[in-house]
Design a protein around this ligand. Structure first.
Ligand code: UD1
Ligand code: UDP
Length: 364
C-alpha cells in the first residue's frame, strides 16, 4: 500500500494548466493531496481563468500574482513569494513542468529548500541557448530529483548530458489531456467565426525569437497573409500591438484574421477543422500531430523532433518564402499517422499514471 503524499504543483503559463489538469486527476485518484500554486505569470482571463473553467480544474490554492516583467524581475518575484508560501505549507515534493519562468522559479526554490523536485517534460532541447526556455529547462533538469521525460529523444538528450539517473520515460501529459478533451472540442466556434471545416488555416505566433524582432514578425505575418484561405490567428497578448500595427499597415486585407486568444475547447475545435496549422508553439505543434493535421513550424528547431522526422511537420523558420514553400510541400505530400505511431511517440495517454507511479516510487 502506497502512503498518501502532499505535492505542491507550480503552474503559471497557459500550457501548464492542461498538464496540471491531466496529472491532478490521477494524483487524486490515488489518494494524494496536491496544493496548486499559480505564480500569476499569465493573468488575463483569456490566458488563465478560461482554462480552469474549460478543464474543470480546481481554482489554485494560492496565486502569487507575480505578473509580467523582465526575466529577472518576474522570476525573482515568483521565487520570493513561493519561498514564503512553502515555509507555511510544507510538502513532500514539488512538481514543475516545461520551461517557463514559473518552472525555473519553482525549481530553484525547491532546490534551495531541499524539497524533492519533479520535472515533468524533462530532457527537451532546442540546442539554442538564446531561447529563455532552453536556459530554464537545462537548469531545472540539473536540479530535479525525478526527471519525467515525454519522449525517447528527451531520454537520450538527458543521457548525453550525464543525467540518466532518476529518469523515467513517461509519455506526454498534453496527449493525456488531449485524449480526455478531444470529444468536448467546442465546434460552435466555427459557426461564430463563419468558418467551414477544411476551408481555413490556423496560426499562432508568440515565441520571443519571432516576436521580439520586428523584421522576422513582419516576414511571418506577410507569408500568412498571402495564403490561399483565411488564416485564423488567436493572438497572444505579448504580440497584440505588433499585429495590429501590421494589419493597419497593409493596403488591402489579405488572408490574416487576428482574433482574441481562445479557450482550450475552442482551440481544439479550431485545430480539428484547420486545413493546415502554422505555429511556433510546442503545444500547438503536438496537438496538430494528435489530430493528424499537417503543420508548418515557424522555427529553425523543435524539441519535438519525432514529428518532423516522420514528415508530419515541416520547420520553415521565419522567412516568408520559406514558409510558403513549406506549406506547398506539406500540402502535396502529407503522410498518414497510424494511431499506434501517435501512441508510441507520446506515451499512449498513460503519462499521468506513469508520472504518479514514479513520484510514489521516489517518495516511498
Ligand atoms: C511564456 C513562456 C513560454 C510559453 C508561453 C506560453 C517564459 C520565459 N516564456 O511566454 O515559454 O511558451 O508562456 O504561452 O516563461 N501578457 C499579458 N497578459 C497575460 C500574460 C502575458 O498581457 O496574461 C503579456 C505581457 O505584456 C507580458 C508578455 O505578454 O510581458 C509576455 O508574457 P510572459 O509570461 O513573460 O511570456 P510569454 O510570452 O507568455
Ligand atoms: N491555446 C489555446 N488558445 C489559444 C492558443 C493556444 O487554448 O488561443 C492552447 C493550445 O491548444 C495548447 C496550449 O495553449 O494546448 C499551447 O500554449 P502556448 O502556445 O501558449 O505555449 P507553448 O506550448 O508554446 O509553450
Amino acid at each position: 500500500m502506497v502512503k498518501a503524499v502532499t505535492l505542491t504543483r507550480v503552474v503559471g503559463a497557459r500550457p501548464q494548466f492542461m498538464q496540471a489538469a491531466a496529472l491532478r486527476r490521477e494524483l487524486m485518484r490515488r489518494g494524494h493531496r496536491e496544493i496548486l500554486v499559480h505564480t500569476g505569470q499569465h493573468y488575463d482571463e483569456a490566458m488563465s481563468r478560461i482554462f480552469f473553467d474549460d478543464l474543470g480544474l480546481d481554482r489554485p490554492d494560492v496565486n502569487l500574482e507575480a505578473g509580467s516583467g523582465g526575466h529577472g524581475a518576474q522570476t525573482g518575484r515568483m521565487m520570493s513569494a513561493l519561498e514564503e508560501f512553502l515555509l507555511e505549507h510544507p510538502c513532500d515534493a514539488l512538481v514543475v513542468d516545461g520551461d517557463t519562468n514559473s518552472t525555473l522559479a519553482g525549481a530553484l526554490v525547491a532546490a534551495k529548500m531541499h524539497i524533492p523536485l519533479v520535472h515533468v517534460e524533462a530532457g527537451l532541447r532546442s540546442f539554442d541557448m538564446r531561447m529563455p526556455e532552453e536556459v530554464n529547462r537545462i537548469v531545472t533538469d540539473c536540479l530535479a530529483d525525478l526527471l519525467c521525460a515525454p519522449t525517447t529523444t528527451a531520454v537520450s538528450n538527458l543521457d548525453k548530458e550525464g543525467l540518466s539517473k532518476n529518469v523515467v520515460r513517461t509519455g506526454d501529459l498534453m496527449y493525456d489531456c488531449f485524449n480526455s478533451f478531444k470529444e468536448r472540442a467546442d465546434k460552435t466556434i466555427l459557426d461564430r467565426l463563419g468558418l467551414k471545416a477544411g476551408d481555413y488555416f490556423l496560426a499562432t505566433v508568440h515565441r520571443a525569437e519571432n516576436t521580439d524582432d520586428a523584421g522576422k514578425l513582419r516576414s511571418i505575418l506577410s507569408a500568412l497573409d498571402a495564403l490561399p484561405l483565411p488564416v485564423i490567428l488567436p493572438v497572444h497578448p505579448r504580440v497584440a500591438g505588433k499585429i495590429r500595427e501590421y494589419t493597419d499597415s497593409v493596403d488591402s486585407p489579405g488572408a490574416l484574421r487576428p482574433i482574441e486568444p481562445v479557450g482550450y475547447l475552442g482551440m481544439l475545435a479550431l485545430e480539428a477543422g484547420a486545413k493546415c496549422i502554422f505555429t511556433d508553439s510546442g503545444g500547438v505543434q503536438r496537438e496538430a500531430f494528435f489530430w493528424g493535421k499537417p503543420s508548418v513550424v515557424l522555427r529553425e528547431t523543435t524539441e519535438w523532433r519525432e514529428i518532423v522526422e516522420g514528415g508530419w511537420s515541416i520547420l520553415s523558420g521565419w522567412r516568408s518564402q520559406d514558409i510558403l514553400n513549406a506549406y506547398e510541400r506539406i500540402d502535396n505530400q502529407y503522410p498518414d499517422i497510424p494511431q499506434n505511431v501517435r501512441d508510441e511517440v507520446f506515451g499512449g495517454g498513460l503519462a499521468a499514471e506513469r508520472v504518479a507511479e514514479a513520484i510514489e516510487a521516489m517518495l516511498s
